[in-house]
Design a protein around this ligand. Structure first.
Ligand code: SAH
Length: 563
């Protein structure tokens, strides 16, 4: 593997070195506050000239053909999307979000950690073999490690970003009080109780005596008490936090049953039989959307459409969803390329409505929620990945954020009509060059690395994955460590925080000016390739320079001006 010498041309973009690490406090994936702050910046930074440029930008390019070859998988076992069922699913998931908040409050006295419900859904789907496209019902364990980790992290209180000396003092005091309450109300061993009690008393007496302490004194004290008491409090809370995870999983199973019953009832009304699942054929074939097992009922006139100022409102049964007009056109292009069972486009609007309903259910109800899990690379980068590294597919995408017409996505059932090959872990390419920008969920990122390594091991055809991950350290996620030490790694490059941008995950429905936001974390790019893949698409210095240049926000502006 050759050494990358990008420093001479561009000192801002560096090959990975410990000296370029960013502090993890800046990288907290769950701080949607950060996302909000970023968006506020964008709103104030955008000039009318910028807005004009956004309008000129090409956010997808479906003229790019793919040479990907795959081992054909089984048809999708989920039933075809139907607005009535999708609406029911939305209501059940909404209720579950409230239930999650209530259970966290009741059991642990904390708010449900931000977006942890979303990450739970994503993590559960890694092993789920159940009947619902969004709710987990048949996972390999009841207790989600992601949900457990995120709740326990906030026990006995969530330490929020410390802004001042008085804030640090207040949080230290609250921690002590909450820990005291825990040892009084939970089952702890005598020894644990003694240790925690001693540290609390020591801290509270320090707080009473020390009136002139500075910020670092408080931070050191807080770190110290968390280090000393944390493990004992985790043990005290383990049983109850595991119960929260089990309860949520149980509710998901119950709700999935209700959904399946309703779905079957609607299909029966339309006299549509549900065939038995099929085995994968295992044949090699060019990439294509995942086939559905079951036909869709002809649902006509169920959706009304109203266009207002560049956005379109689609309403089913008084439930209205909005999409930017340009994105509705995008979906139509994808539908015409990919959908085989609806030549007259009768099902187009019901399927778009179900797709929007699904993704909004998945994102969550709050403004900017889900934004961190669906951020996309700049279009300039996608163009460069295609021109320079032969990339023709995204491993993690949706019909709303895809750049290429072929991609893997979370929901085979709603997305297949718009070109999706289904979830990445059920997709088995043997040849091709891929881009992968996974949602920031540690377990999913780890499963992705496992999957890519297996595929690379099995294939003698050129195969390449260019993987983009946040540069989290302290601790470094397993996925990142695995890629750093992978036998298939050809190169790793760091694009530092605040020197590059991501596209909003809500771009399809957000105002045009809210498209790009600065990355608050560094992005690491890994090139995982087998030997034939390296020969064809290896990260040479020249190619890397092009990719690094494409990441510069300024390059994006120049290119759009030239368009
Ligand atoms: N396509 C863009 C945006 C990626 S955001 C890019 O590559 O830059 C991550 C996307 O992964 C989201 O759209 C999310 O819905 C999707 N996703 C989630 N789970 C997935 C899975 N198991 N397989 C494929 N895509 C998935």
């Amino acid at each position: 593997m050759e050494a990358l010498d990008v420093h001479e041309n561009n000192e801002n973009f560096k090959e990975h070195s410990p000296l370029t690490e960013t502090r993890s406090s800046d990288l907290d994936p769950s701080t949607s506050q950060t996302a909000k702050r970023k968006f506020a910046e964008i709103e104030t930074n955008n000039s009318p000239q910028d807005t004009k440029l956004f309008k000129a930008e090409k956010f997808w390019d479906f003229s790019l053909e793919s040479d990907v070859v795959v081992m054909e998988g089984a048809p999708c076992i989920f039933l075809p999307p139907i607005p009535e069922v999708e609406f029911f699913r939305f209501n059940l998931v909404k209720q579950m979000r409230d239930e999650y908040q209530d259970i966290c409050k009741q059991n642990e006295g904390i708010d449900a950690p931000q977006e942890s419900f979303n990450r739970w859904l994503l993590e559960r789907k890694i092993t789920d073999k159940g009947t619902d496209p969004i709710l987990p019902t048949a996972c390999c364990n009841d207790v989600s490690p992601a949900m457990f980790r995120e709740i326990i992290h906030d026990v006995p209180i969530r330490i929020s970003k410390i802004k001042s000396c008085s804030d640090a003092r207040r949080q230290l005091f609250r921690y002590g009080e909450a820990a005291k309450h825990m040892i009084e109300s939970r089952n702890l061993s005598l020894e644990s109780r003694k240790v925690v009690k001693w540290h609390i008393e020591d801290t509270l007496s320090w707080l009473r005596k020390e009136q002139n302490a500075v910020l670092t004194d408080y931070l050191n004290r807080l770190a110290h008490i968390r280090r000393q008491c944390g493990p004992h409090l985790v043990e005290a809370a383990r049983f109850s936090v595991e119960n929260i995870c089990k309860k949520m999983y149980f509710i998901a199973q119950e709700n999935a049953k209700k959904l399946l019953d309703k779905h079957h009832a609607v299909l029966r009304l339309y006299k549509i039989d549900v065939p038995a699942p099929l085995q994968p054929s295992g044949k090699l074939c060019p990439v294509k959307p995942v086939p559905m097992l079951c036909a869709t009922p002809m649902l006509t006139n169920s959706i009304t459409q109203v266009a207002i100022k560049g956005t379109v409102s689609l309403t089913y049964n008084a439930n209205t969803l909005r999409i930017n007009h340009r994105y509705l056109e995008k979906l139509e292009q994808l539908y015409r390329c990919s959908c085989k069972d609806d030549p007259t486009m009768q099902l187009f609007l019901p399927r778009v409505w179900c797709l929007l309903r699904r993704y909004q259910t998945f994102f969550g109800p709050n403004q900017y929620e889900g934004i961190m899990l669906h951020g996309a690379l700049p279009t300039q980068v996608f163009q460069c990945l295609h021109d320079t590294f032969g990339v023709t597919m995204e491993c993690f995408a949706s019909p709303l954020n895809c750049f290429y017409k072929h991609y893997s996505s979370a929901f085979a059932d709603t997305d297949t009509y718009f070109g999706s090959s289904g979830p990445i872990l059920q997709f088995f390419p043997v040849r091709g060059s891929f881009e992968a920008n996974a949602p920031f969920v540690e377990e999913l990122m780890e499963a992705m690395v496992d999957h890519f390594e297996k595929l690379l091991k099995q294939s003698n055809e050129p195969l390449s994955f260019i993987v983009f991950v946040p540069e989290w350290r302290d601790p470094t996620p397993v996925a990142l460590l695995r890629m750093e030490n992978s036998a298939f790694k050809r190169k790793q490059v760091l694009i530092p925080a605040f020197e590059h941008e991501y596209r909003s995950g809500l771009h399809h429905a957000a105002p045009q000016k809210e498209v790009y936001h600065k990355a608050v974390h560094g992005t690491l790019i890994f090139f995982l390739q087998n030997d034939p893949g390296f020969e064809l698409w290896g990260p040479t210095q020249q190619r890397l320079r092009k990719l690094i240049t494409a990441f510069k926000p300024v390059a994006r502006h120049h290119n759009r001006q030239q368009d």
